[in-house]
Design a binder for this molecule. Structure first.
Ligand SMILES: [Cu+2]
Length: 646
């Protein structure tokens, strides 16, 4: 599912005006069970991704069981940073399933092409209709209802392509009320409203070169976060870019693509809906980024290389204004992100060398420079007196991997090494309240780079009817950044129990394994299953938080004429290795059962799919290890959707 579009294949296809490979570009954003999924639900179908959930909206994606500070999340290679100190808005919340073509996930240092990382990269690739020899219109409209939280959605997208001009556009609305858990109890403050629209225009200036303008506008309003002490009143993101692409049919450089981009995110929280709050706080945040990403694809004999230059500058601002019940009396003002500028530049290269028809060597590296500047250093000086206002870091990365493939067997082994800089919160955050362990967090501008040493391997066996694959990776991370209780300082938030400062552990280890299998019972009856296990420890052998227990999923897919049926179970085992030290308690095991059916038919030349299904059919009450504050997940949810596509 996550193989993604091979950018090189697609580009050269355009150049050579072949249409055969184009079918691969039509990879859909949908899961086995559901055709109308959110970006989060789609990501959840990858065994490399788990989520911290603070409600029904904007889940925080964890790659290789590591939080978002440790991965690079980009939209078409563009860097963008959320504007919420409480992580209400991961980058994945600013796109919608109908403006994406695929999501490209790279594990560990292979992801360093997009920037300095430890866990890997998640690149959200937008729809990008290729030029065509004759004028063509395309489009889809999808609508549906989810009954548990009365979610109603409308997703539409159109595309036009001709020999010299291409346009892609999309609009979507989602509106959901509070959901109910498996005991039919309403989970208050779990509603959301999201609007997303995108537009892309491309023009071919010469036979092999084109320019493209893109924009996304995303607005989320009145979003509840049941696990947090506050909600979101408004979040708005404008994401824009202008790019120039040059193709070449021969020579060393085959594709050269350069993009200038700008994005601005604003975020306004709201705690006035929570009667339990005695003191009110406004905590608005702003994040503005502009940058340049330029990549070149080169082919020299049996070596295929990609070079990428990344530069960006981000300004992150977050304010904290405290009021008593009477809002005319402001009692306190602070910057929780004191106008922090991050400038980053890296040059990265990745190569794939086909040694023979069966074996391939992938290798690459990057060299990055990270610069931080804190405008209102006085906030950082309260806990770190005399901390420098500016900080520069060099962030190197290296990786290599060997792949061996025959018709039936696949084997791979690899290793990586890379640095990452602390995030804005980790380095400069000031009294950022964490409602999970109920501590206020303080950043440390002098944190060392986190340094990752990584090994990975995979083995697979497949026939036409069956396949099995296992993947493992192990990260040894030096200077692992995590919050530790500070003896000095008193909590500012009346709900918090103390103050934690970000510090570096001498090291931590994270181990992940995933096994996936499939078997075709009959030509139209397919089984699939998967199992994951992870283990993560700190320097003293204690457990790290938010590590997924043993999890499994198994599904059956059956096709009959124009109908198809699918059913699945998924669950987690009991969480054995939880971490009381970092605020976790043990989470019980659970499993849920899902089923759906769909019917495909044609209305003239419009292909139509109708789907009806149910998630958590048995209405199980459960909460997962990564549900913030142990909030329960959704009970039985019946969903229907209807999709028309041209
Ligand atoms: Cu927020």
């Amino acid at each position: 599912m996550f193989l993604g579009i091979n950018a090189i294949a697609q580009d050269s296809t355009i150049a050579l005006k072949e249409v055969t490979v184009m079918a691969r570009a039509k990879k859909k954003i949908e899961t086995e069970m559901k055709m109308a999924v959110t970006v989060d639900e789609f990501l959840a179908s990858s065994d490399q991704i788990s989520f911290i959930k603070r409600g029904a909206y904007a889940w925080e994606p964890m790659l290789n069981n590591m939080s978002t500070e440790r991965s690079v999340i980009t939209i078409d290679g563009m860097h963008i940073f959320g504007a919420c100190t409480d992580k209400m808005d991961p980058v994945t919340s600013y796109v919608e399933s109908n403006n994406l073509s695929t999501i490209d996930i790279k594990s560990g240092q292979e992801g360093s092409l997009h920037g300095a990382t430890v866990a890997g990269s998640i690149d959200l690739r937008r729809k990008n209709t290729p030029f065509s020899t004759e004028s063509k219109w395309g489009g889809a409209y999808q609508t549906g209802l989810e009954f548990n939280n009365k979610q109603f959605f409308n997703l539409g997208n159109v595309s036009y392509s001709s020999e010299r001009f291409v346009a892609d556009g999309s609009v979507s609305f989602r509106q959901a009320g509070n959901y109910t858990d498996g005991n039919r109890a309403e989970v208050k403050h779990s509603q959301y409203n999201k609007f997303n629209s995108s537009l892309g225009l491309a023009y071919k200036i010469r036979p092999l070169s084109s320019v493209r303008l893109d924009a996304i506008l995303d607005i989320a309003k009145d979003v509840g976060y049941p696990a947090l002490p506050m909600d979101l009143w408004l979040s708005r993101a404008l994401i824009t870019s202008a790019s120039y692409k040059q193709l070449s049919e021969n020579g060393l450089i085959r594709v050269w693509d350069t993009k200038l981009y700008f994005n601005a995110v604003e975020h306004y929280m709201d705690d006035t809906q929570r009667p339990e709050n005695l003191v009110h706080m406004d905590m608005p945040g702003w994040s503005t980024t502009y940058g340049l990403v330029s990549r070149a694809n080169m082919i020299a004999g049996s070596i295929n290389s990609e070079i990428q230059l990344n530069t960006y500058s981000n300004l992150s601002i977050a304010e904290m204004r405290m009021y008593p019940q009477d809002r005319s009396q402001r009692t306190m003002f602070a910057y929780s992100w004191p106008w922090v500028t991050t400038r980053f530049a890296s040059i990265a290269m990745t190569n794939s060398w086909d040694i023979s028809g069966k074996s391939r060597l992938n290798f690459g590296g990057s060299l990055g420079y990270n610069y931080n500047f804190s405008q209102y250093t006085e906030f950082n000086w309260i806990f770190h007196p005399g901390a420098p206002r500016e900080k520069s870091r060099i962030l190197p990365a290296l990786h290599a991997g060997y792949q061996f493939n025959t018709n039936n067997f696949d084997l791979s082994a690899g290793a990586g090494y890379g640095h990452r800089a602390p995030s804005v919160s980790e380095a400069y955050g000031y009294y950022i309240y964490n409602s999970f362990d109920r501590y206020d967090y303080i950043g440390n501008p002098d944190l060392k780079n986190e340094i990752s040493w990584e090994v990975n391997a995979s083995a697979g066996f497949k026939t036409d009817k069956a396949g099995i694959e296992a993947r493992v990776n192990n990260f040894y991370i030096r200077n692992y950044i995590i919050g530790r209780i500070l003896s000095l300082g008193s909590p500012m938030n009346y709900q918090s129990v103390g103050v934690k400062g970000y510090t570096s552990l001498s090291h931590a280890r994270i181990f992940n394994v995933a096994v996936n299998a499939r078997y075709d019972l009959l030509p139209h009856l397919h089984w699939k299953g998967g199992l994951t296990y992870a283990r993560a420890t700190d320097n003293k052998g204690g457990n790290l938080p938010f590590i997924r227990p043993v999890s499994y999923q198994s599904s059956i897919h059956f096709m009959y004429k124009k109908m198809s049926f699918q059913t699945s179970v998924n669950g987690d085992f009991i969480q054995r290795n939880y971490s009381p030290e970092y605020g976790e308690d043990q989470t019980a095991d659970y499993w849920v059962w899902n089923a759906s059916a769909d019917y495909t038919f044609r209305l003239k030349n419009i292909s139509t799919v109708l789907q009806v299904g149910a998630e958590n059919l048995l209405d199980a009450w459960y909460s997962t290890y990564a549900d913030w504050g142990n909030i329960p997940r959704m009970g039985r949810n019946i969903f229907t959707s209807l999709k028309f596509s041209l």
